[in-house]
Design a binder for this molecule. Structure first.
Ligand code: KG4
Ligand code: ZN
Length: 341
């Protein structure tokens, strides 16, 4: 089974080919970050138009680069949600048009299931059941994963996602958009002990998160300084330490509940080096192991969608019909990821 994966849920056009026997054959990504940067965030209409413009040449480039004949592709998987509705529609329409032309089945994939399964693209893989921390620009949640499609949400953010908090605090410090990686680089030059940021919702039991207060705290702290480069770096370091500590505390609680040996960490914020180190150390202490995608697959990409699609086509062969169906959902709870099956 050889699957073409298509990701267009936000500001990255991602395409990849995954083969059940050979593994990942190739992947390409077109990032729209430069397009949206002047606006300080993703402009949905610009995102849809750019996906529509770039997706066909990107497929041609992927087929040329891998030397794959499209006749060997046995199915197409696309991100059906959650995400920006116009952007999702471009991927869904493209996938279904190709499915008709190539006469292969097309399946909709949940974006977060793609992130959850991304570590399976690596050599060292987790085994079911495991606990997963999904940390991206749109989501922060802890999930108990029993198997493919068997997800129980243990806790999630009640307001901003961790990545969103990185982006908003980074914007305040003048770091552009998206600011996660830049803020993290700046934090390395700062003193994390000069300011003490709160660790939200850790002083009471529970696994839910809240990150919106941290950006307000960062703003108040920033306003009280002289706004020098060192002030900026110290705030970045204190902010990052607070987010990382909070995520580590909640992961520890979730693992105590699930008793799982394996922790999967994925989504854009899982590229954060401090978070990777702390969670690896914690799992080592607990006698378990943490699994992360490679850096390129922490953020949105087509490879994770191709992989999730391949797993779904193998697990649910009855869903494999060749009939165009444009199915997208801007809001789509992970626990309902089987709704298009
Ligand atoms: O998974 P993703 O590409 O998109 C969503 O589905 O949301 O995640 C993007 C998010 C952004 O908020 C970005 O600032 C954050 O991931 N991010 C990071 C790092 N690299 C990306 N946050 C903290 N540290 C990083 N190194
Ligand atoms: Zn994502």
């Amino acid at each position: 089974m050889r699957i073409l994966g298509i990701e267009t849920s936000c500001d990255e056009t991602g395409l990849a080919i995954y083969d059940a026997n050979e593994g990942l054959i190739g992947h390409l990504l077109h990032s729209q970050i430069a397009l949206h940067r002047p606006y300080g965030g993703v402009v949905p209409e610009l995102a849809s138009r750019d996906h529509a413009k770039k997706i066909t040449p990107l497929l041609a480039a992927l087929l040329a680069e891998t030397g794959i004949d499209h006749k060997t592709i046995s199915g197409i998987a696309y991100t059906a949600g959650p995400g920006l509705i116009g952007a999702l529609l471009v991927g869904a329409a493209f996938a279904n048009a190709l499915g008709m032309a190539w006469q292969v089945p097309v399946i909709p994939v949940h974006h977060l299931e793609g992130h959850l399964l991304a570590p399976f693209l690596e050599e060292e893989q987790p085994t079911f059941p495991f606990t997963a921390l999904l940390v991206s620009g749109g989501h922060t949640m802890l999930v108990a994963v029993r198997g493919l499609g068997q997800y129980a949400v243990l806790g999630e953010s009640l307001d901003d996602a961790a990545g969103e908090a990185f982006d908003k605090t980074g914007k305040l410090l003048g770091l552009g958009y998206p600011a996660g990686a830049a803020l993290s680089a700046l934090a390395r030059k700062g003193d994390a002990t000069r300011f003490r940021f709160p660790r939200p919702m850790t002083d009471r039991p529970g696994i839910d998160f809240s990150f919106s207060g941290l950006k307000t705290f960062a703003w108040h702290t920033w306003e009280q300084t002289e706004k020098t480069d060192q002030d900026k770096a110290d705030i970045a370091a204190a902010f990052e330490a607070a987010v990382v500590d909070t995520l580590v505390i909640k992961c520890r609680r979730a693992l105590k509940m699930t008793q799982h040996q394996h922790l999967v960490v994925s989504g854009g914020v899982s590229a954060n080096q401090a978070l990777r180190e702390r969670l690896s150390l914690m799992m080592h202490e607990l006698g378990g192991r943490a699994f992360f995608p490679r850096l390129a697959f922490c953020t949105d990409n087509g490879a994770m969608i191709a992989y999730a699609g391949c797993m779904r086509m193998q697990a649910f062969p009855s869903s494999l019909q060749i009939s165009p169906r444009i199915q997208v959902k801007a809001r789509w709870p992970l626990t309902q990821c089987d709704m298009f099956k």
